[in-house]
Design a protein around this ligand. Structure first.
Ligand code: FAD
Length: 276
């Protein structure tokens, strides 16, 4: 078995049609034998049911699936209840995040940062869960000074995180430099690059603006120039993202985590081109 961790991320569908589509997606991707699937979790537990349902559906078919859990706008009791639900369903792998509130809503709840969530999980459930956390090679939008990013990351690891998945990026150097700096700071956990395939430029530009991922100028200009020509956008995106993945794996990245947006085609094509 490949020692590297390859995984696919979904979001919980809102409609019956979305659920059916997602089922087809994970069934297609399951044939590639990833290490695990994961499913996101809305701020304040807003997708609590959909996240668990999606994960249980995938697990019932015999595949590993990890629910995310976020702590923003949540009380300790809320989080404890959700952890108990995960535990009683035999789930032992989670992705722990602070989460983001929709703009306009003030922060509320009993947790401020993800390290507090990781500490809480460990204090309530000991070693039951394998915990993944997020990290940001191109810096989180709220990070003011570069050094703060590593301090925040290290706190999560010291609180008990086992591994990390990065925000997506298209600058390969940002990842390798970040990993080097993390190692120098004494962070030893695997840091798996998050990969965003490119299928739609305006959507990508919107996400990137919100999460602080840079679309390099040369890519942006090429993508903008394709206007509504989806075929060219996808063809260019596949070339660029496959090349990025190749360089990451050749440089020693311990796996890849694909943000699928509930679509199988692009991630599966990149997988095939990589010969995984
Ligand atoms: P934190 O680690 O708490 O960091 C948030 C910011 O606060 C950073 O700028 C950090 O430097 C700073 N910071 C941390 N600790 C301190 C401190 N003690 N003092 C001062 N500053 C501090 N969002 C969801 O809502 N649901 C999901 O399912 C989800 N899944 C994700 C999966 C991955 C792999 C990634 C990369 C992101 C995901 N997100 C998800 C988005 C994530 O919730 C946001 O990026 C959020 O803004 C930060 O979450 P975090 O866990 O990294 O927070």
């Amino acid at each position: 078995m490949d020692a590297r961790a390859f995984s696919f991320e979904f979001f919980p569908p809102r409609t019956a049609e979305g659920k059916e589509k997602l089922r087809t997606t994970w069934q297609t991707l399951a044939k590639l034998k990833p290490r695990f699937f994961s499913c996101t979790y809305g701020a304040g537990g807003s997708t609590r049911e959909g996240t668990l349902e999606t994960v249980l559906d995938i697990r019932a078919a015999g595949h590993e699936a990890a629910p995310h859990i976020s702590c923003v706008a949540s009380t300790r009791d809320d989080v404890a209840t959700q952890l108990e639900r995960y535990k009683s369903n035999g789930i032992r792998h989670i992705v722990a995040l602070r989460g983001d509130l929709p703009s306009g809503l003030g922060a509320s709840g009993e947790f401020r940062y993800a390290n507090e969530l990781v500490s809480f999980i460990r204090s309530r459930t000991g070693d039951w869960f394998h915990i993944e956390v997020a990290c940001y090679p191109e810096y989180h939008p709220q990070t003011r000074w570069a050094k703060d990013e590593l301090v925040a990351f290290k706190r999560k690891v010291e609180a008990g995180a086992n591994a990390a998945i990065t925000q997506y990026f298209y600058n390969v150097d940002a990842y390798f430099r970040f990993v080097d700096e993390a190692r120098k700071a004494g962070i030893q956990v695997p840091i798996v690059p998050g990969i965003m395939p490119i299928g739609n430029f305006s959507q990508l530009a919107r996400f990137s603006e919100a999460c602080g991922a840079e679309i390099p100028r040369w890519m942006r200009i090429k993508l903008e120039g394709y206007h509504d020509d989806t075929t060219s956008i996808r063809a260019f995106g596949l070339d660029v993202v496959t090349d990025l993945c190749k360089r990451l794996l050749e440089g020693g990245a311990p796996g890849l985590h694909f943000y699928t947006l509930n679509q199988a085609t692009l991630s599966a094509e990149i997988w095939k081109r990589l010969g995984l």
